[in-house]
Structure formats: C-alpha cells, structure tokens
Design a protein around this ligand. Structure first.
Ligand SMILES: *[C@@H]1O[C@H](CO)[C@@H](O)[C@H](O)[C@H]1NC(C)=O
Ligand SMILES: *[C@@H]1O[C@H](CO)[C@@H](O)[C@H](O)[C@H]1NC(C)=O
Ligand SMILES: *[C@@H]1O[C@H](CO)[C@@H](O)[C@H](O)[C@H]1NC(C)=O
Ligand SMILES: *[C@@H]1O[C@H](CO)[C@@H](O)[C@H](O)[C@H]1NC(C)=O
Ligand SMILES: *[C@@H]1O[C@H](CO)[C@@H](O)[C@H](O)[C@H]1NC(C)=O
Ligand SMILES: *[C@@H]1O[C@H](CO)[C@@H](O)[C@H](O)[C@H]1NC(C)=O
Ligand SMILES: *[C@@H]1O[C@H](CO)[C@@H](O)[C@H](O)[C@H]1NC(C)=O
Ligand SMILES: *[C@@H]1O[C@H](CO)[C@@H](O)[C@H](O)[C@H]1NC(C)=O
Length: 855
C-alpha cells in the first residue's frame, strides 16, 4: 500500500514537472525584423490560409485544416465574428459553429500556427461587417471613429477575446499556435473620410491592442499609418509592390484573393491558378515573407450571416478548397507544388539582400544567397503576351509569359507558375430524389408526404404599429428577420374609368432603398423586384387590377444581408420610399403619406415552425400534392439522408426565393436568381495579365446559386425534417439532394515541363535536362480509374472535358494509358519511349492529355 502510494505520488510529480516542462518548452518568442517573423530566433517563410470557423461546421474543421496542411500551408488565419458571439450586450455565445477555442485547438493539434484577426470590424462579406446590429442602436454610437460608445464596446469585446485566448493558453507566447493578431480591418482605405475622428481612432485602436499584452505582434491590414510596433500589411490581388511603413517591419500579405465572392444574380468569378501562383511567387521574389490566401476555404454563409447586401449563401470564393470541403484541382495542387518549391528556398531567401539581374524591360532575376553559400533564384517574365528564352548562369531557360520560375539551387527549375502539372478533378452534383423516411410507416416509401402552411398576404395577428408614411426597414426590424410588411388600403370610387369595360389598368409604381420586395394587391402577388450587388436601390412599375371599394396593398419588403463595409456603412437604410398609382380619373395617386400598417417578420418565423420544438405550432395541411407556384408558403417533409458520405447540396433550381432549414439547422437564404445573359463570360480565360474579379467569369444567363450546402453532420440516420419557406412560388416536389462527387480526372503535360521531382529534391542531384516528365492521375479514395475517355500523345489541346486531338497523335495513346492506369486508384505515366512513340512529329514539343473516369 505504502509502496504503491509513493509510486503514485512520484508519478504525480512526474506529470506535474513534465507538464510544466512542456508548457515552458513550447512557449515561443515571436518577434520580427525587416525581413520576416522570427520565432525562437528562426526566420520564417510562412504560407497562410484563411478558413473562417462559422463558415463550416465543427465536424468539418479537422478535415479542412488537414487538407490545408497537406497543401503546404503553415498557418490558418481567421477573423473573429463579433455579432456571432455577442448576441445582445453581454450575452455571449461560443458553441457550435462559433466555438472559437475548439477551432484554434484543432489548428494547434494539426501543428499549424494561427493568425487571429479580431477586428472586431471585419467586413468579410459578413452581415454588418461583423459588428452587432444592436450596437448601432446604443444611443450616440458611430462605428469606427473616435466615438466613445463604439470604442468602449470594441475594447470590451477585444479584451474578452484576448482573455479567452490567454485563459486557454493559445498565444504562442504561452505555448499556443497564435503568432499574430489583427486589430481593425482595412481602415486606412477610408480613414480620411472620417475626418477628425479617423486618425485618432486608428491610433487609439493600435494602442488599445498593444496594451492587451499578448506577447505576439499585432498587425493592421491596409493601414498605411499603423504606429510602431504594429505591422501594416497588404490586401490585394498582387502585393509585390507593397512596402511597409517602416524599415523595421517585414512585408506581409494578409489577403491574396484566389477568387472572388458572388452576389445573387451575378456571374461566377474564377481566378486562374497560374495567375495566383504568379502573384505569390512575385511577392516572395520581391522580399515578402508571409502570404495568406483569403479564402483558402470560403465555405458557406449559413443562417443570415451573409452581408453585402446580396452576397450568396455560398462563399465558395473559387478557393483552393471548395465550399463543400473538397480540394479544388488543379488549383490546390498547383499551389501545393509552389509551396514546396518556396520552402526549398526558405533559408537562402530570408538571410541576405538579393542580387537583381535584368534580362529585359519585363524580365528579371532575384538571387538570394545565405552565409553558407546556399543559393536560390526567382526568374520572372511579367510580359503579358510573349514567352521569353533567357540565359542565366550559362543555362538557358524558357519563361512563359506572365510567369515566375523558382530555382531553389540557382540552377534547376523546381516550379514555374504558368506550367500546371497537377491533375484536374471533374466534379459533379449527382442528383438524388428526396425520399421519404422509411422509418415512419404512415408515410409512403416513394412519394413524400408534405405538410403545408400558407402565410397571409399582409398583416397576420395584430399589427405592430401604424404610421403615416414610411419607416426605415432596418431601423424597424433591427435585423431580427429579413421581412417587414408595409400595408395600406385604398378606396376606389365606382366612377373610376379603369373599372369600366376596356378601361386601361392602373399602374403601381414603387421605389425602395433596398433590398427586395413582393407586391400583393388584394392578396395576389402582382410583382417582385430587387436591387443587386451594384445598386441596392430599385424601383418598378406593374399593372394591377383594382376593384370598386376598399383595396389592400401589401408590400413584403426584404433585406438580403446587411451592408458590410464602406464609410458610415451602418447608416445605409432599406425599405420602401415611394408608392404611387397611375391611371385614376384625377391622374396619379401618391400613397406615400397614407397610413401604413406594419408587421415585423412572418407568422411562421414568429412561431418558430422551422425549429424542432416549434414544428407543431401551426396547423399544417398534409398532402402528397403540395401546391406549386404559390407564394408565401411553408413546406415541411421528413426525408432520408442521401446515400454515402459525399458532401450534400440541396438543388433549389425549381424554387423561387426563400429560406430553408434541415432539422432546425439554418441553411437559410436560397434564391436561384438568374444572371443576365448580356454579362460577359470568359470560360476560356487567359491567365496572362492583371486579374480583376470580372476577368474570368462563367455562368452568364444561369441561376447563380442552384445548390445549397447541407453539412453531413446535420443529418440524422432517419427522420430528417426539411422546412422551406417559399416567398413567391416554386415546386417543392422538384427539390433534390445532390451529392458532390468526383467523377473523373484530367491531366495535361508537355515535354517542356522538365522540372525536378519536388518530393525528392536534393541539391546534389542533377535534374537538368534529365528530369523525367510524368503525368499523375488520382481518383478520390475508394474510387478507381474505370475507363479512359480520352488520351492523346502528340499535340492535343483544349480543356478538361473537351480535349481535342491535334494534327500529331499517337494512335496507341489510349491503350498505353489503359495499360498503366486502368483499375488503379492512381497512376503515373512517363512521357517515355516505353509508353509512346517518341519519334512522332519530330521537332515539335509533345503533350499528353488524358481524361479518365473514376468510379
Ligand atoms: C526574443 O527574440 C528576440 C530577437 O529574436 C530577442 O532579442 C529577445 O531577447 C528574445 N526574448 C526572449 C524572452 O527570449
Ligand atoms: C464588457 O461589458 C460587460 C457588460 O457591460 C461587462 O460585464 C464585462 O466585464 C466587460 N468585459 C470586459 C472584458 O471589459
Ligand atoms: C559560363 O561560361 C563561361 C564560359 O564557358 C565560364 O567562363 C563561366 O565561368 C561560366 N559561368 C558560370 C556561372 O558557370
Ligand atoms: C443592377 O441594377 C441596376 C439598376 O436597376 C442596373 O442598371 C444594373 O445593370 C444591374 N447590375 C447588374 C450587375 O445586374
Ligand atoms: C434610423 O434611426 C435613426 C435614429 O432615429 C436615424 O438617425 C437614422 O437616420 C435612421 N436610419 C435610416 C436609414 O433611416
Ligand atoms: C379628384 O379630385 C377632386 C378635386 O381635387 C376631388 O374632389 C375628388 O375627390 C378626387 N377624386 C378622387 C377619386 O380622388
Ligand atoms: C486546337 O487544335 C485545333 C486542331 O489542330 C486547332 O484548330 C485549334 O486552333 C487549337 N486550339 C488551340 C486553343 O490551340
Ligand atoms: C478492370 O476490372 C474489370 C472488373 O474487375 C475487368 O473487367 C477489366 O477487364 C479490368 N480492366 C483492365 C484494363 O484490366
């Protein structure tokens, strides 16, 4: 007994000292100088990736972080979302998607660093820029200027987050992963607009942050006047030209946008991988040492968290990891190879000034050498049109237009930004009809039984208030809901000519500050209208029928995500500003100063009928044939989870506009709003030259958000309750779940891509000229290459999904590829004479293009 007790004690002591030791040994000293961040005396070249915790679900976090790590990322960067955490003053929420501590610890467990952008103003295409709407209604508050209530609340929240991180020992100075923290966000861009309040506020914010004593440096992005010791950083598509505001600060890039966000009814923006890689390589070539992709995983704006207005529920961002959590190929893979090549240069890069050689007006090399003589070089060709052959240290190099070559040994090209070697995935949304749960015997196995509840057009229950004239929508709802009813009545005299046979219809003319509206006259939907991402205000006119006597005009005004940025953005209002009707005997009647009766929100929202514990709060009508094209309708059904474990999207193409929940979890806004066919789309985008969000769009004339991500973790094995509120009319029986699946892979490689094998890079080995050119194909786990749909060795061209044979083609291409790849989950095809007829079309550069099916 005594023995075992003392053993026990010594074990306890051991653990006590061991944990002390661990805590101390992991505490890191994070400093910086003009070249880089320095962690425990070591200079760091850092690749960072934005993943916002509430834009996915906790069940996805470990996978996203490990896919980022596998992609060569060292740091995860996230904003902190104040309005998700402080629901009302002093009422905090840190659960579920908002479990910040859990997220940071997942990053730590993966062995990655973290950049915490506290803001707490964040913009981020997030509702109200992340600031709680209630703060706008604290008397005397003006956001983001030298204003006492704002500063007090901002300091309070910043301190709360810092204390939370300190308590959990999450700063690097305490042994945690957080190496940098950010205060404010892109304020320098608009500081002057705030006049006398601007500069003092920015200086106050910096000082307040530094006084938090977190033991790691603070950054301010796009803040040209950030005071020491706060580091000012760059956000843009390109930051190679950026210089920090002091010679002691390193050159950091907090937002490199690998794509762009989307608004309802606009095109799908894409940024080519060649150009992203180019921008990153240029940045490191020209002295940068930390670069972050905003976003690396964009994810989903669940619930009503999208800002804008008009930002879609999808925040895919064309990021290296797609909205559903799958690596986007080739983008993810191309950047992974770039990161490997950069890491090979880390030591040479960070210890001395480069030597710069110029080869022409648009071509230059930066050569970095460390004290041990290790040499790394970046050679760039920023010509937007022409490739260039140049000679560097007696070796000649081919540089495609708008590209950078990375030479980790100043001799061999490990990577060229324009030569995409990584395979491409063919991704499809595979539809699956909604199936009734087999667990509820009273329901059919094939057809769904729907429950239907229809809202009244206009005031339900008691009116909230009435007023002569219009109120501001946002001031009235305070964003507790998207919806606000404006109703009025109008007496029509029998003598009105439009009542007589052949009389022309009156016309209603409505103007609104935003964002969208459905107009009902005598309970019938007469018109719908909305602003858009470039102009939130709108007006419309529509013929209506009026009857003699009392007529009811009921206008359902909607917000579609609140303003998220811009000077004084919190004062931008919404809602109706004018209603007139033309065609009366007396001309036009202006209803704007009528008595308007108001109702905030929908009855179904008020009764929580989308929540598990509120489902029975209304009398649903049960039917296998739910009404179609009927406005203001709630639909409910019990559905099976889609087969397998692929990510799931809800296909809403046959629906109008509304909101959707599964098991009470908020997917929320859907709106398959069609983009104009007159927009310019560029599916075959030229990566060369400066990128702009509109440069490489797709989806012209198509509904721009068709699928809505429903995380797998929201499904139960059976008895899943799907609730939909449709505003203007749709067909719920046409809704389907789609599984996001990789159905094929493509690869395209030319014999002028002779780089070394990055995985086995060794400075002593010779790659020059000898490097084998290989094409790797890989299906997702558990799938095999089942057939070769296309293969051509010769001069094929085109893009994945539409490759074409060229004039030069080895007729045995398909069988050669089949021999190597069929029935394998991955394969490597060498461009060698063992596999192909290398004597084909002599003098021409040869390419292999393959498209294979995965199943
Ligand atoms: C942290 O590192 C800096 C320079 O890298 C050094 O000057 C300082 O003494 C270090 N601090 C601690 C506590 O080790
Ligand atoms: C923030 O404000 C709340 C409510 O006024 C207060 O209870 C809390 O102590 C404050 N927190 C900090 C960190 O200042
Ligand atoms: C380049 O070649 C010249 C002539 O052969 C030789 O003198 C020189 O040392 C070479 N330079 C390098 C960097 O290899
Ligand atoms: C947005 O609406 C305005 C005003 O109705 C219109 O002129 C503009 O073309 C629209 N923009 C887009 C991108 O649809
Ligand atoms: C909202 O209400 C405030 C306070 O009454 C007022 O100052 C502001 O102008 C209103 N906003 C809008 C957009 O009408
Ligand atoms: C038309 O205008 C006249 C004179 O202003 C007014 O007396 C009459 O009531 C108006 N009629 C209607 C239907 O508003
Ligand atoms: C692809 O090849 C075809 C046939 O050789 C040729 O007509 C076409 O211009 C090529 N397209 C591109 C983009 O090179
Ligand atoms: C692949 O496997 C299938 C089924 O096992 C078989 O029928 C087929 O012949 C195989 N194909 C090749 C090229 O080996």
């Amino acid at each position: 007994m005594a023995m075992s007790e003392s053993k026990h004690l010594s074990l306890l002591f051991f653990f006590f000292f061991f944990s002390l030791f661990v805590a101390f040994s992991l505490a890191a000293n994070v400093t910086y100088d003009r070249r880089s961040l320095i962690i425990d005396g070591q200079r760091k070249l850092l690749v960072s990736a934005s993943i916002h915790y509430p834009r996915s679900v906790p069940a996805m976090w470990p996978g996203l972080v490990s896919t980022a790590k596998e992609g060569g990322v060292d740091v995860i960067e996230t904003y902190v979302f104040w309005n998700g955490h402080e629901l009302s003053p002093g009422n905090y929420y840190f659960e579920g998607r908002y479990d910040l501590v859990k997220f940071v610890k997942i990053v730590q467990q993966a062995g990655l660093y973290l950049i915490l952008r506290i803001g707490p103003f964040v913009a981020a295409e997030w509702n109200f820029g992340g600031v709680p709407v209630w703060l706008h209604y604290v008397p005397g508050t003006v956001f983001r200027t030298d204003n006492e209530p704002f500063k007090r609340h901002m300091q309070n929240f910043t301190t709360l987050i810092v204390n939370l991180m300190k308590r959990e020992k999450l700063f690097a100075s305490q042994g945690g992963p957080i190496i940098l923290a950010q205060i404010e966000n892109e304020y320098g861009d608009i500081e002057r607009v705030y006049g006398d309040g601007g500069k003092p506020y920015a200086m106050w914010a910096a000082k307040m942050a530094v006084s938090q004593d977190i033991g790691v440096p603070w950054i301010m992005c796009q803040q040209y006047d950030a005071p020491d010791p706060v580091i000012n950083t760059c956000n843009s598509f390109y930051c190679d030209q950026f210089t920090p505001n002091s010679a002691n600060k390193p050159k950091f890039w907090t937002e490199n946008w690998p794509g762009w966000f989307k608004t309802f009814g606009a095109r799908d923006p894409h940024r080519p991988p060649e150009d992203i890689a180019f921008s990153v390589a240029r940045f490191f070539q020209k002295g940068g040492s930390l670069q972050n992709y905003y976003m690396y995983h964009g994810g989903t704006n669940f619930d009503r968290t999208a800002g804008g207005p008009f930002i879609t529920t999808s925040y895919d961002y064309d990021a290296p990891i797609d909205e559903y959590g799958l690596a986007r190929l080739p983008k993810w893979g191309h950047l992974k190879e770039l990161h490997k090549a950069l890491k090979l240069c880390e030591h040479a890069l960070l210890y001395n000034e480069p030597t710069v050689l110029t080869f022409g007006p648009l071509q230059e090399a930066h050569i970095y050498t460390d004290s041990s003589g290790v040499c790394a070089a970046f050679i760039s060709n920023v010509d937007e049109e022409n490739d260039k052959m140049l000679t560097f240290r007696n070796v000649s190099y081919h540089l495609p237009a708008w590209s950078v070559s990375v030479l980790p040994d100043c001799k061999n090209v490990a990577f060229n930004t324009a030569k995409v070697r990584h395979h491409t995935n063919i991704v499809e949304m595979a539809p699956e009809k909604l199936k009734a749960s087999t667990m509820s015997p009273e329901k059919g196995l094939e057809n769904l039984q729907w429950d239907v509840f229809t809202e009244k057009a206009g005031i339900w229950g008691d009116a909230d208030f009435s007023k002569n004239g219009f109120v501001d929508h946002l001031n009235t709802t305070k964003d507790s809901t998207d919806y606000l009813w404006y109703t009025t009545s109008l007496h029509v005299d029998e003598s009105e000519k439009f009542l007589s046979k052949g009389g022309s219809h009156p016309i209603i003319r409505v103007e609104s500050k935003g964002h969208a509206l459905h107009a009902f006259v005598n309970k019938e939907l007469k018109a719908s209208a909305s602003g858009n991402g470039s102009d939130i205000t709108f007006k419309f006119e529509s013929q209506i029928a009026l009857k003699a006597g009392i007529n009811e005009i009921a206008l359902l005004s909607m917000t579609v995500g609140l303003q998220n940025a811009g000077p004084f953005y919190e004062w931008v209002g919404a809602g109706i500003t004018s209603v007139k009707i033309d065609g009366f005997n007396n001309g036009t009647i202006d209803l704007s100063s009528n008595t308007w009766i108001y109702k905030i929100g929908l009855e179904g929202e008020h009764l929580n009928i989308y929540k598990p514990d509120g489902l029975n709060n209304v009398k649903w009508v049960s039917t296998p044939n739910p009404p179609k094209n009927q406005p203001l309708t709630w639909y409910k059904a019990v559905v099976d989870a889609p087969y397998g474990d692929d990510p799931v999207g809800l296909d809403m193409i046959q629906m109008g506009k509304g909101q959707v929940w599964l098991n009470g979890e908020p997917v929320r806004r859907y709106w398959p709003r069609t983009s104009s066919i007159h927009d310019e789309c560029h599916p075959k985008c030229n990566y060369r030259g400066k990128f702009m969000p509109n440069k490489c769009s797709t989806g012209c004339g198509e509904p721009n958000q068709r699928w809505y991500h429903v995380p797998r973790s929201w499904f139960r094995s059976s008895g899943n309750v799907l609730v939909i509120f449709e505003e203007k009319g749709g067909d719920p029986t046409k809704i389907s779940f789609s599984r996001r699946v990789v159905t094929g892979v493509c690869g395209f490689i030319s014999d002028n891509y002779p780089f070394g094998d990055l995985d086995s890079w060794d400075k002593n080995s010779e790659f020059n000229g000898e490097a084998k050119v290989t094409l790797q194909l890989k299906c997702p786990e558990s799938k095999l290459i089942s057939s070769i749909r296309f293969a051509s060795f010769g001069t094929p061209n085109g893009t994945c999904g539409s490759y074409l044979k060229g004039n030069c083609h080895d007729p045995d291409s398909i069988s050669a590829v089949e021999k190597i790849c069929a029935n394998k989950s991955e394969c490597t095809i060498a461009l060698s004479k063992e596999n192909f007829n290398m004597d084909l079309c002599p003098g021409l550069s040869k390419t292999l293009a393959v498209e294979a099916a995965c199943s």
